[in-house]
Design a protein around this ligand. Structure first.
Ligand code: DX5
Ligand code: ZN
Length: 218
């Protein structure tokens, strides 16, 4: 199984993105968290910053929208040429329709499920997505501990994707570190966001390699 490691620049120095990106050149994708202080109780940055990140980054940008009214904004992010846009199930009235619009631009579409969001309500539309993101913490902040109960949901989503014979990526986000990534991988995740677990180390590329090796150690 191919494993992807996506460092979250939520844990980077926001005033030095160019040099911070240079320290994570071993990444498969760069995870970009957009928060609006409404959908989650925290605020990051918006379109103009992502436009600049898209110019600077040599790796594909994996944009995670933690915003309300995602129908208003998602296509503006897609127009920047980012690799993928993942939005939360609750942030739109018609998740499949929005996914179709995102995909029509050539961008990949992802569906994010918070710890309290039931999988059953959305499994019928999994085929509309390129990636399902199972949140392993409550969205909003980096540096939290993984909520163990969410691993059942990772296994459940893996089972559904396999049953539906979908090659959709299964991403996890929140509290992923060297101590748990092998276990989360065993539950069926293949795409791993890691913020603090990468950025708190001086040698970030080494941490990315260690995380990838641990996730592949099935
Ligand atoms: C949290 C964000 C995450 C965050 C993960 O709401 O979606 O992407 O950066 O950070 P860590 O890996 O530190 O939990
Ligand atoms: Zn995220």
């Amino acid at each position: 199984m191919s494993v992807r490691i996506c460092p979250s620049i939520l844990s980077a120095d926001f005033a030095n993105f160019e040099s911070e990106l240079a320290t994570i050149s071993e990444s498969d994708l760069i995870h970009v968290d957009i928060m609006d202080n409404h959908f989650v109780p925290n605020l990051t940055f918006g379109l103009d910053t992502v436009k600049r990140l898209q110019q600077l980054s040599t790796k594909p940008l994996d944009v995670h929208l933690m915003i309300e009214n995602v129908d208003r904004w998602a296509l503006d992010y897609a127009a920047l040429g980012v690799y993928s846009i993942t939005f939360h199930a609750e942030a739109t009235g018609d998740a499949a329709a929005l996914a179709q619009k995102i995909r029509a631009t050539g961008c990949r579409a992802g569906l994010a499920l918070k710890p309290g969001t039931a999988v059953a309500a959305y499994e019928e539309i999994f085929s509309s997505f390129d990636q399902i993101l199972v949140m392993t913490v409550e969205p909003g902040f980096g540096g939290q501990s993984l909520i163990e109960d969410t691993l059942q949901k990772v296994s459940e989503v893996r089972e559904i994707l396999d049953r539906q014979q979908l090659s959709t990526w299964l991403q996890v986000d929140g509290g992923i570190d060297l101590g748990n990534i092998a276990r989360v991988s065993q539950c069926g995740a293949d795409t791993f966001v890691a913020g603090s677990a990468v950025f708190k180390h001086a040698d970030r590329n080494q941490q990315i390699q260690l995380l990838r090796a641990a996730a592949e150690s099935l």
